[in-house]
Design a protein around this ligand. Sequence first.
Ligand code: SF4
Length: 277
Amino acid sequence: MSRVGVFVCHCGENIARNVKVQEVVESSRDIPGAVVTADYPYLCSAPGQQMVIDAIEEHDLDRVVVAACSPQLHEPTFRAAAAQAGLNPHLCEMANIREHCSWVHRDTEQASAKAYQTVVAAVERVKRSRPLDPIEVPVTKRALVGKDAAAPAWGFSNRYEMPNDFLRLAFIRDQSDNTPYEVVGNFVETDLSSPLAVKYVWDDPDVTRYDPILTTVVALSLALDLVEPLTQSNTKKEKIETALTFWLGKAANVNGSERRPGKVKDTSWLVARARGG
Ligand code: SF4
């Protein structure tokens, strides 16, 4: 059985104004596996982090849930604190009860109930987490590329053939920082003069180091082909289709970074948003 510590942050009034922190703490005591529950005014402060570290050591915790703000803000903080106490950092999860509960709900009862459910979900998630160790994968290379003898048929004055192991352009070192370019097959077309200083993702023949988006898309594509004949389940097929659409979107975002984005025109809607209107 996991030994989970649940720490609930007030964030001053940011959380405590709309979420009944004490009630969340008390209810959390009944979550299976939650052996320590506590609250603190500002958990990301040095004493707040120390409280988490001390609790891990004192109660021999093997999992931690911090119910506070967005993980985007402080997940690294609390994972570092967990690591300081000897815990694998990936056994620390955050439950976002500030942005997802306090800041978006006015009804205290409902915000508190949602905060509790968010904590329950985080505890269940962390109970299933496995320790992970970071790996470092060098995926980019730098090169100085000479101009191709042939110019593009139209649009740009120069084209540069990328190295044989070129997969994707990461960036071009461009002093003016706004010269347009376009990736066309294995060429980069631009008005920049030779040599072109590029950083690119290279074709690594070691399959264990492939781009995770690529491996995910390939796996989902195979699953989509096989799910119906193997399971006759439309529900499973729809789930895989949804996941594949999501990851293809991510891949498209990456592909989109190969071309400098065009400037968005200031429509009345954008102007109103910028002014907070
Ligand atoms: S951990 Fe997040 S929610 Fe808590 S005090 Fe710091 S910023 Fe606020």
